[in-house]
Design a protein around this ligand. Structure first.
Ligand code: SAJ
Length: 409
């Protein structure tokens, strides 16, 4: 039996896919409300293909509980938050999960950590707990790091197809865990040591952060000298070895704006490129605000109540608002005691911003400048509602039209 600890954005889909593929799974979370929802068959967030996977997992008998189960195989998918000031990881949830597992697990258990951690975290915080337990009980416990790789918006497909990294202390244990993951993915499974596995995860997200930063810097150059950054990227990408990403209003989510800071924090003198890239990405919300104020001046719009931010999530077609560029803009405004701009997001049903609307027509009412922050499919399907408006499309998502005045990043 496989006990999966932490049923959030990563843990829930992971538990469901293992169960759907015929593994006996019990999902554990300390949040009673979440567990009672799951027991009733209600999903806790929206994700393509997740409802179907939930059905399959239920048919195969998946169980949910707030307890830790006695077994010999655990996967930990708890959050690993970071301190916003020091940028250091907070391993408290991870440590708590490991301690709770040790209270119930069988001898010779394997504890697989999927949560993202900074390189060295397992050696520094987790290994000492395990060593002490082994000394006291004479039992054997094996630690494994199998960093998650799935992208919100396409999680179910990626769970079933991505290649995986298994970091273990011995090849035998790595092989056993690789066999477990073979049940869910058709991708290649690579076995390495734990520290390398930790490092690859952070490196993968840092690679993406740097490439997004390059696109963002190009957007600033193009803006300064009146060029079309999208045309420049489109043409450059025709070169067989060039693949520039898209500029945007900032980088959100819990991974790409966060993980690279672990490297900057641990190796400050060796990471000038990474640090600069992160600073560029973090400067984008302020850049958008500056452009908004320029557009307002150009159009003689001197009333902020006539400006609305469309999109609160950190990217398109998900309901996740963590570190979203829109929330960053609102924080910036708050810092300067400015009245928060109107916001609307078709995917966000809970209140996350002060001046948030839940009805698109009400949001648009009185708004003359709509800033598209997120390229939800919804906005592309709602073009007729934008008639007569000024649009600042930070995501290059809607076509030029005589119906509205269009500005781009
Ligand atoms: N973004 C841009 N321009 C782009 C691509 C993305 O500005 O060209 C922005 C997005 O709008 C968003 C942010 O970057 O605000 C991050 O979005 P994303 O779709 O690139 O990635 P995440 O954060 O949803 O998921 C990433 C993935 N990592 C990589 O692609 C290397 C995913 O595979 C990881 O599992 C996930 O981080 C994680 O949990 O670490």
């Amino acid at each position: 039996m496989l006990n999966i600890i932490g049923l959030g954005y990563i843990g829930l889909p992971t538990a469901l896919i293992f169960a759907a593929r015929g593994i006996e799974v019990v999902g554990t979370d300390y949040n009673e409300t979440l567990i009672s929802k799951l027991k009733k068959g209600e999903l806790t967030f929206e994700e393509k293909g997740l409802a179907e996977l939930f059905n399959e997992a239920q048919q195969k008998g998946i169980e949910f509980t707030t307890d830790y189960l006695k077994t010999n195989m655990y996967i930990i998918t708890v959050p690993t938050p970071y301190d916003k000031v020091t940028k250091k990881i907070d391993p408290a949830y991870l440590i708590a999960a490991v301690n709770s597992i040790l209270e119930v697990c069988e001898n010779d258990s394997i504890i697989i950590i999927e949560s993202t951690v900074s390189p060295g975290t397992i050696d520094k915080f987790i290994r000492p707990i395990i060593s002490e337990f082994i000394n006291q009980t004479n039992q054997t416990i094996h630690l494994v790091h199998a960093p998650e790789r799935i992208i919100p918006g396409d999680m179910v497909h990626e769970l079933a197809n991505n290649s995986r990294t298994i970091g273990a202390d011995s090849y035998e244990v790595g092989e056993k865990v690789a066999q477990l993951y073979q049940n869910i993915t058709s991708g290649e499974i690579v076995i390495t040591d734990i520290k390398t596995a930790e490092m690859t995860k952070v490196v993968e997200n840092t690679y993406r952060a740097i490439n997004i930063a390059f696109a963002n810097e190009l957007a600033k150059i193009a803006d300064y000298d009146d060029m079309d950054v999208y045309e420049i990227i489109r043409i450059s990408n025709m070169h067989p070895r060039v693949n520039i990403l898209s500029p945007g209003p900032g980088v959100g989510g819990h991974c790409i704006p966060v993980d690279p800071w672990f490297l900057v924090g641990d190796y400050p003198l060796l990471t000038p490129l990474i640090k600069e890239a992160l600073d560029i990405n973090e400067s984008m919300p302020a850049f958008v605000l500056k452009k908004v104020s320029q557009i307002m001046k150009e159009k003689n719009l001197n009333d902020f109540t006539k400006v609305g931010l469309y999109g609160l999530t950190y990217k398109a077609n998900v309901d996740d608002v963590r570190e979203s560029p829109t929330l960053q803009i609102l924080e910036l405004q708050e810092k300067f005691l400015a009245h928060p701009l109107k916001t609307y997001d078709p995917w966000v049903k809970e209140q996350v911003a002060v001046n948030q609307y839940f009805d698109f027509a009400e949001f648009l009412n009185g708004v003359e400048l709509v800033v598209i922050m997120v390229k939800h499919d919804h906005i592309k399907e709602s073009l007729e509602h934008l008639k007569g408006k000024i649009i600042f499309d930070t995501q290059n998502t809607i076509p030029a039209s005589d119906d509205y005045i269009l500005y781009k990043l």
